[in-house]
Design a protein around this ligand. Structure first.
Ligand code: GAR
Length: 199
């Protein structure tokens, strides 16, 4: 069985959805660790409750971003991970980290990429006035929210939506789509080297 580690900075509801999918037998992966850059993240508490080993790598504890990433890399390597899932992990990973880790890294983003990358995607969607938004699971490359797309799902945007109401609608879909995308990667149905539909 493939070994998965999850990185999260906050609430960890996507981590919870992944834990639940594994428990329900819908996703054949072993979650071998959960880490955060925020020691107090709810995500770490959720992992601990599920009996998953946790670790924190707060940026302030290291002299540089490179040192923080080196510590995270050493931890992931010691866990012999096959797949890493970013689930609300709010730090950009360097090209060097991605290359040295050498396994697929997935990310979930609350918009239909390439629309609205970066921070506050739901706010960006409302400000633009789109009628449809959604979520994207993609492989992480050296850009910001730019790697090959694995799965997307759309949700409507209503005229009276707030950031909160739209975020909630998207989050519900995220919880279904992320385990599905992980299943596709675990089963070798998609690979980071090429974009869907390209030779
Ligand atoms: C999710 O909406 C996820 O798509 C978003 O953060 C939230 C994390 O929620 N990620 C990004 O915006 C990454 N650019 P969670 O901690 O409850 O899973």
């Amino acid at each position: 069985m493939k070994r998965l580690a999850v990185l999260a900075s906050g609430r960890g509801s996507n981590l919870q959805a992944i834990i639940d999918a594994v428990r329900a037998g819908e996703l054949a992966l072993e979650i071998v660790g959960a880490a955060s850059d925020q020691p107090g993240a709810q995500a770490l508490a959720r992992a601990a409750v599920a009996g998953i080993p946790t670790a924190a790598f707060p940026r302030a504890q290291y002299g540089s971003r490179a040192e923080q990433e080196a510590a995270l890399l050493a931890w992931l390597t010691s866990l012999r991970v096959d797949i890493v899932a970013l689930a609300g992990y709010m730090r950009i990973l360097s090209a060097r980290f991605i290359q040295e880790l050498g396994c697929p890294i997935l990310n979930i983003h609350p918009s239909l990429l390439p629309a609205f990358p970066g921070l506050n995607a739901q706010r960006q969607a409302l400000d633009y006035g789109v009628r449809v938004s959604g979520c994207t699971v993609h492989f992480v490359d050296e850009g910001v929210d730019s790697g090959p797309i694995i799965l997307q799902e759309a949700v409507p945007v209503f005229p009276d939506d707030t950031v909160e109401s739209l975020s909630e609608r998207i989050l519900k879909v995220e919880h279904r789509v992320y385990p599905q995308a992980l299943k596709m990667v675990a089963e070798g149905l998609v690979r980071p080297e090429r974009r869907c539909g390209r030779g």
